[in-house]
Ligand binder design. Structure first.
Ligand SMILES: [Zn+2]
Length: 197
């Protein structure tokens, strides 16, 4: 049995080890600049690490009594599957159709079914919130939400979620407009990393 990475430091060490968390000067997809780059997929490409993160979330969420895990595609699919494995419940995902998150592929939630919403990273809480709405629209009961990383320093959950939320690690990552970026001002070259940063 794999030892679950249960401390925040352990999780962040893991991210740094595989290059999923970099320090430097980055231009994010939003156009904003940041001193850190986070790409969960680089951790989740390693099945044993993905499983360990899923097991750690499952351990913390076990008391919520979820009967199914629901994740937003694409970022939430791998970790959602692993949390489902850890809880011993099924895992499904919602995906965008005409811009709107929807259950497809015959996925069904039963009225009153207890749902845990799982994502890789929460930045603003927007897609977790939208996934919660998908579950509620199907008549299910959302008992909580979880992610590997909370990149909002705890703000996203406070400001946009109305269910219990947990993350394995919390980061507070400032972002800057290019015109006022201190890293630009210091003359440090800016790098555009992979998508979804
Ligand atoms: Zn900059």
């Amino acid at each position: 049995m794999y030892d679950a990475p249960v401390t925040s430091d352990h999780v962040l060490d893991l991210f740094r080890r595989v290059g999923a968390l970099l320090d430097g000067h980055f231009r994010l997809t939003s156009g904003l600049h940041s001193g850190s780059y986070l790409q969960c997929a680089l951790v989740l490409q390693h099945p044993r690490e993905a499983e360990a993160c899923g097991a750690a979330i499952a351990q913390r969420a076990f008391h919520l009594g979820a009967q199914v895990v629901l994740s937003p595609a694409l970022g939430g699919i791998v970790i959602g599957q692993e949390v489902g494995r850890g809880l011993g419940v099924r895992a499904m995902f919602a995906e965008r159709q005409d811009g709107k998150l929807t259950l497809r592929r015959g996925f069904r939630l039963e009225p009153g079914e207890k749902v845990l919403v799982v994502e890789d990273v929460i930045t603003t809480g927007g897609s977790t919130r939208e996934t919660i709405e998908v579950a509620r629209a199907a008549g299910a009961e959302v008992v909580g939400a979880a992610s590997i990383i909370d990149r909002s320093g705890g703000l996203a959950a406070q400001q946009s979620l109305d269910v219990p939320y947990m993350a394995l690690a919390t980061l507070s990552v400032p972002t800057y407009e290019p015109q006022t970026c201190p890293l630009c001002a210091a003359g440090q070259p800016v790098v555009k990393p992979g998508s979804r940063t």
